[in-house]
Design a protein around this ligand. Structure first.
Ligand SMILES: [Zn+2]
Length: 93
């Protein structure tokens, strides 16, 4: 039994699985989410910690996507990347 904010009453809960999507820095990111939901109205009654875990998963996935983006960018513009690096070396020296 957990307090359901939609019913404003203690309700039996069930574990529900679904995909939740967020837009993070201009990219759509969806992650599979398991949460406790009220069996009466379907409202999620998970804790803040569970919400934080979902957001952490979303940002982790977004970072993975960024890493993939950077890899493909450096493959396409390998020469440009090298020029930038050597300029930075000159400024430092
Ligand atoms: Zn409810």
């Amino acid at each position: 039994m957990k307090f359901c904010p939609a019913c404003e009453a203690l309700r039996t809960t069930k574990i529900v699985e679904r995909a939740e999507g967020y837009v993070v820095r201009g990219r759509w990111v969806s992650v599979p989410v398991r949460f406790e939901a009220c069996v009466v109205c379907g409202e999620a009654v998970g804790s803040d910690a569970e919400d934080d875990a979902v957001l952490a998963a979303v940002y982790a996935k977004r970072r993975e996507m960024e890493a993939d983006d950077e890899m493909s960018t450096s493959r396409v513009a390998d020469g440009a990347v090298r020029i930038l690096v050597s300029k930075r070396c000159c400024q430092r020296g």
